[in-house]
Design a protein around this ligand. Structure first.
Ligand SMILES: [Zn+2]
Length: 50
């Protein structure tokens, strides 16, 4: 079950360069990753951080 007080952070990281950033929404993190992948062809992903 979800707790309303639980913070959700999403860590966007690239495996092929030093790109790394933390977002407070999955949409923002996904958009960031998608853009980086399109621009560079790198392998990047966003993962949830508790
Ligand atoms: Zn990269």
């Amino acid at each position: 079950m979800e707790s309303p007080k639980r913070s959700r952070l999403y860590h966007a990281v690239c495996r092929e360069c030093f790109l790394e950033e933390v977002f407070d929404s999955a949409d923002a993190a996904d958009a960031f990753v998608t853009r980086h992948v399109e621009e560079t062809g790198h392998t990047a992903l966003a993962e949830r951080v508790d």
